[in-house]
Design a protein around this ligand. Sequence first.
Ligand code: 48F
Length: 260
Amino acid sequence: MIKEPVISRAIIQTYLNELVDSVESDVVIGGAGPSGLCAGYYLAKKGYKTILFERGLKLGGGMPGGGMMFNKIVVQEEGKEILDEFGITYELFEQGYYVANSLEATACLTDKSLKAGLKIFNLISIEDAIVREQSVHGVVVNWSSVEIAKLHIDPISFETKVVIDATGHPCEITRIVAAKSGGKLSTGSGMIEGEKSMWADVAERLTLENTKQAFPNLFVCGMAANAVFGGPRMGPIFGGMLLSGKKVAGIVEERLKNYT
Ligand code: 48F
């Protein structure tokens, strides 16, 4: 006989165990788009305790939607190694341009990152950061449904050594830190420089250059990197997003090795 209370207990207990275990971690990532998932995969694979909060119900951010709802993504030569790493099927369209199914790409990123040990909590939004003595020490989160319904309910906090802002175009975490630190980001102006209009070639290069620390213990990747440091957008070419996720994982790993 199937017992309803056991089903409920199984869900509530296992979820809460994971949530309680996550209140202290090595890395918190905000956003489960391609760059955040990729960063989470490489860090979890190296054994770092890595937690990811995603506002939405589903993962992948802008990836499953492809370009204007055509569920295909393009990846240039440099990003092909990451398609291979995640086991994503692709075809050569023209020399240097590979096409993949955006749904398969999203599924593979999700599957591999979870199996590598990344803890993903969907339907939870990061609404603030813990900033102490000019460095980030954690995030403040609430159920996305609370945010959407505009309910007056206090959030809770998760302490961590490093935060990665992978929230895409709005660069929400860095925006909060910029506002609350009085404009002390490591950008030219100290504030968010803002995203420029579409230019795939330059944007793909700049995404990697802009993948770096924006504030002590706060790193940016993916479109958030271009929005924070002032690069153009690139549309549905995804090599830069994947490579940026891999790059930020490497930089964060170095930071964690020297963390005191
Ligand atoms: O936008 P998104 O896919 O970020 P990305 O990894 O990739 C960008 C591309 O999809 C595309 C592009 C070119 O290739 O320009 O747009 O930089 O995913 C960002 C994720 O962050 C979540 C949001 O729901 C999305 O899934 N997110 C945003 N703000 C928050 C958040 C927040 N405050 N807390 C939690 N999740």
